[in-house]
Design a protein around this ligand. Structure first.
Ligand SMILES: NC(=O)c1ccc[n+]([C@@H]2O[C@H](COP(=O)([O-])OP(=O)(O)OC[C@H]3O[C@@H](n4cnc5c(N)ncnc54)[C@H](OP(=O)(O)O)[C@@H]3O)[C@@H](O)[C@H]2O)c1
Length: 244
């Protein structure tokens, strides 16, 4: 299988890349903002099977350039997975109250968590629309579910993931007109021991925290089971559908 993984420099994306390689991937096309500086590049250096591409979701030109280069290198990907997501970063923290909203932070999360993935799929449209079985998946988060929002808080992260879900749902409808064999989904990975969850794990019940490797194996199994009828869905790491 030919597998494209955006955000393979660390975290869940890197674990997915290792899992794909261990499970028969023939060509891995991996992205990071700065590949050479990433842990992923050291663990999975370029080879006949592994290609790296630089791409930053805050830079739309880099998305178009990387998309073209990936398509030129591999016009028939079987799976395209985006993993980028920001919840906190330096001074940027999830908002607990309306008064904490800032336009800069809202825009930044929207660009990385919602716009970036769908612009990347746009850049790979020629690979998606060819009538063949292909899975396009983005890692979202359960907190992006509007109907499941009972706790509030995390305004911009929730809103950006809800927007991501809507973008992919919409893309699934358009893509079905061209490629009836495609499945387009968003995925909730559960709580995973990465940089993203590090400040928010103190309240977790025992057994709720997954390693990136456990999460990658579960997400991979969900992708293995997907059928075109599942396209447009939002699924948890255990395969259960999540309501929007
Ligand atoms: N960990 C959890 O408990 C949890 C729970 C629910 C959902 N998620 C979701 O799971 C996904 C993966 O997160 P993670 O847990 O693996 O977190 P992580 O270790 O912090 O990784 C974050 C990823 O986002 C990428 N990224 C950040 N800014 C970017 C930008 N401007 N352009 C392109 N990529 C960018 C990073 O790429 P670089 O290496 O290039 O910076 C990295 O691959 C995210 O979408 C997150 O929202 C995670």
């Amino acid at each position: 299988m030919n597998i494209v993984i955006q955000g393979a420099g660390r975290g869940i994306g890197l674990a997915l890349a290792h899992h794909a390689l261990a499970n028969g991937a023939t060509h891995l096309l991996l992205t990071a903002r700065n590949p050479e500086q990433s842990v992923g590049y050291k663990e999975l250096p370029p080879s006949a099977k592994i290609s790296w591409f630089a791409m930053d979701f805050l830079d739309p030109d880099s998305i178009a350039i990387a998309g073209d280069a990936i398509f030129a290198s591999q016009p028939k990907p079987d799976r395209i997975i985006t993993t980028a997501g920001v919840l906190h970063d330096g001074g940027l923290q999830p908002e607990k109250r309306l008064g904490a909203l800032s336009a800069d932070a809202m825009l930044r999360l929207y660009q990385i968590n919602a716009m970036g993935p769908v612009l990347f799929f746009k850049s790979l449209w020629p690979a998606l629309r060819r009538a063949h079985p292909v899975v396009a998946a983005s890692i979202s988060a359960r907190v992006g579910s509007i109907s499941d929002n009972r706790l509030g808080g995390w305004y911009s992260y929730r809103a950006s993931k809800a927007a991501l879900n809507q973008y992919l749902r919409t893309m699934s409808i358009e893509l079905a007109r061209y490629n009836p064999y495609a499945a387009v989904v968003t995925l909730h990975p559960g709580t995973v021991a990465t940089n993203l969850s590090a400040p928010f794990r103190s309240q977790l019940a025992t057994g709720q925290l997954q390693s990136p490797e456990e999460c990658a194996a579960r997400l991979w199994a969900v992708l293995d089971q997907l059928l075109p009828d599942d396209s447009g869905g939002f699924f948890a790491y255990d395969g259960q559908p999540i309501p929007y």
